[in-house]
Ligand binder design. Structure first.
Ligand code: EPU
Length: 424
């Protein structure tokens, strides 16, 4: 199994170019199931998760071709409408094929995802949303079997919590339904908006783009489209935090600063210098000014609030600041798995329920150690910790990182980090 070795304590300097967003690419790849013909997607990151989604579609008879970051997907022939446990257990986002398969074929069978490293993560909102559109869902032998007699029927669907993939699944199911569907308390994440734009380019009729109420006017048919995946705001945020944590100066280019409102505000509050020009963000926290960085409080919230997918990373930075920081995780119930590993680097963190109290170590900071990655974002907080730590850090189980960070080692080396992979 591969591990990542980091010789830390070196400020990062240079430019990092951001890849396409994993969490936008996954639903958009699934959306190509809605109609036959050749779809062209650009800026698609080559990650373990995007590969999993493509092999899942390949098992259904969908063909694809990759040329750099451009993917051509031809979903003219769908021979299967089933996704096995083996695939779903490696990637929960596999459930995103339910919506488009129901819209196109009126049936789908997908393994129910189990709990995962960050929480129980049920899909009850997806299922009750499909039922509102006239779908019958049966849970049997660990599978969701869904079918509809004829076309799905538009209806109102309300989410108790704005679920990202829930909103995406219902959107994809509703675009070919008969009549109108109103999704209330919809997720407003930029990845959802990227999907709305994709569906619109395919001929769907959707009002309320970027708001918590999406109105879908069902259409009779769709056509293939050419669409660009947005830049990955979580990858961008991870490099911004890494630059601040190492006391370096990094230009994060090809990103969407407007998709990072909460993080940029928080970094400024911490005392990091930030300059935003078009699609570039320059972050500067030289080693001397790092000594003056101060802990701030963070509460994760649905977009445009502070993203849960950047909670672990900012916690690493808070460990290096002066003073206390209180971090409250409101989205997932078990997303503090990185804390025990950060403690191995020297962190002083107390947890009570969904709240972590971080006592900043100040400029003394972390000391390198052997740590273990537990999920994707927890892993990236350990990378940030290792980059800032004095000495050598070894991170095992880095397959988690490969799910969501394209060319991580190459990008870090290009900004002066000493980092490499080794195989045990
Ligand atoms: N929830 C339910 N029932 C449901 C659906 C969600 O109770 O049927 C709850 C969840 O347990 C959670 C909350 O609603 O407490 C919000 O979860 P959401 O459904 O929005 O999460 P998701 O769609 O499963 C996506 C991202 C996650 C990201 C979350 C929150 C994708 C493929 N995944 O998950 O990304 O953390 O939204 O922003 O888009 C990651 O990239 O590392 C990652 C975990």
């Amino acid at each position: 199994m591969d591990k990542l070795i980091i010789e830390g304590g070196r400020p990062l300097h240079g430019e990092v170019c951001i890849s396409g967003a994993k969490n936008a690419a996954l639903p958009i790849i699934a959306a190509t199931l809605l109609t036959g013909g050749e779809h062209v997607l650009t800026n698609v990151p080559d990650l373990r998760d995007t590969r999993t989604m493509l092999s899942l579609l390949a098992e259904m008879g969908v063909r694809h071709r990759r040329d750099g970051s451009t993917l051509s997907i031809d979903s003219s022939d769908i021979t299967e409408a089933e996704v096995s446990y083996d695939l779903v257990k490696t990637m929960r986002a596999s459930v995103l094929v339910l919506g488009p398969l129901l819209a196109r074929l009126g049936r789908a069978k997908v393994s129910l995802p189990g709990g995962c490293a960050i929480g129980a993560r049920p899909i009850n909102f997806h299922i009750s949303g499909f039922q509102r559109l006239g779908v019958t869902c049966r849970l049997e032998h660990g599978y969701v079997e869904a079918f509809a007699a004829g076309r799905l029927q538009g209806n109102s669907v309300y989410f108790d919590i704005p679920s990202v993939t829930g909103t995406e699944n219902i959107l994809m199911a509703a675009v070919l339904a008969e009549g109108d569907t109103i999704i209330k308390n919809a997720a407003r994440e930029p990845e959802v908006t990227n999907l709305v734009d994709t569906l619109t380019a395919m001929g769907a009729s959707i009002e309320g783009r970027g708001t918590a109420e999406l109105i879908v006017h069902g259409v009779d048919r769709l056509h293939p489209a050419s669409v660009a995946i947005i830049a990955d705001r979580i990858e961008a945020g991870t490099y911004l935090i890494a630059a601040a944590a190492t006391g370096g100066e990094v230009v994060v280019s090809g990103c969407r600063p407007d998709h990072l409102p909460a993080l940029l505000e928080k970094l400024a509050e911490v005392g990091v210098d930030i300059v935003t020009v078009d699609n570039h963000v320059t972050v500067r926290a030289d080693p001397i000014s790092r000594a003056r960085l101060k802990g701030v409080d963070i509460k994760t919230m649905p977009y445009p609030g502070y993203p849960t997918d950047l909670q672990a990373q900012i916690m690493s930075l808070m460990c290096l600041c002066d003073g206390m920081s209180v971090i409250k995780e409101t989205i997932f119930e078990n997303r503090f798995m990185h804390v025990a590993e950060l403690r191995r680097l020297g962190a002083d963190i107390r947890i009570e329920g969904n709240t972590a109290a971080v006592r900043g170590l100040g400029p003394g900071g972390f000391n390198g150690a052997r740590v273990m990655a537990t999920d994707l974002r927890a892993s990236s907080s350990l990378v940030i910790g290792g980059l800032a730590a004095a000495g050598r850090t070894e991170i095992s189980r880095i397959y988690h990182l490969e799910r969501g960070y394209e060319n991580l080692v190459e990008k870090l080396c290009a900004v002066g980090a000493r980092v490499w992979k080794e195989t045990d």
